[in-house]
Design a protein around this ligand. Structure first.
Ligand code: RB5
Length: 142
């Protein structure tokens, strides 16, 4: 599975930690489009790039992190075929896959702790879509 990571300055620390975590696991190819510093930047620029790449099928999944996750999720969900899930706990991370077939995980770097974030990433990447009635509903989105 190939995964594209992106953040603004509000998510740069958590992104770096997520990247290190994923690079230590055998099943993932990880690419990071930045940002790489805490200098103030515009979250839509990064969110557009990750969402477009996932929408185009260049990456299986995306992970976007800004301060709250709100701005990134608003931008990413404008792309047809993108289902970006702003998650704050293990339940929503798991359900985003089971019921929504989410393909981008969005997190708030100023909202959640590192331990929780890494568990959410693992759940998001290993939980399969349930299909069935949820397939019909996902089909109704676009
Ligand atoms: C940046 O200060 C902050 O607005 C951004 O990271 C994000 O939370 C936007 O939704």
């Amino acid at each position: 599975m190939n995964i594209l990571l992106g953040s603004d300055h509000g998510g740069v620390d958590l992104k770096r930690i997520c990247k290190g975590h994923l690079e230590g696991l055998p099943d993932y190819v990880v690419e990071d489009i930045g940002v790489f510093s805490e200098d103030s930047t515009d979250y839509p620029v990064v969110a557009h790039r990750v969402a477009q790449a996932v929408a185009d099928g260049e990456f299986d999944r995306g992970i976007l992190i800004c301060g709250t996750g709100l701005g990134m999720s608003i931008v990413a969900n404008r792309y047809k075929g993108v289902r970006a899930a702003l998650c704050h706990n293990l339940y929503t991370a798991r359900m985003s896959r089971l019921h929504n077939d989410a393909n981008i995980l969005v997190m708030g770097g100023r909202v959640i702790g590192v331990g929780l974030a890494l568990e959410m990433v693992d759940l998001f990447l290993t939980t399969s879509f349930e299909g069935g009635r949820h397939q019909r509903r996902v089909g109704q989105i676009d």
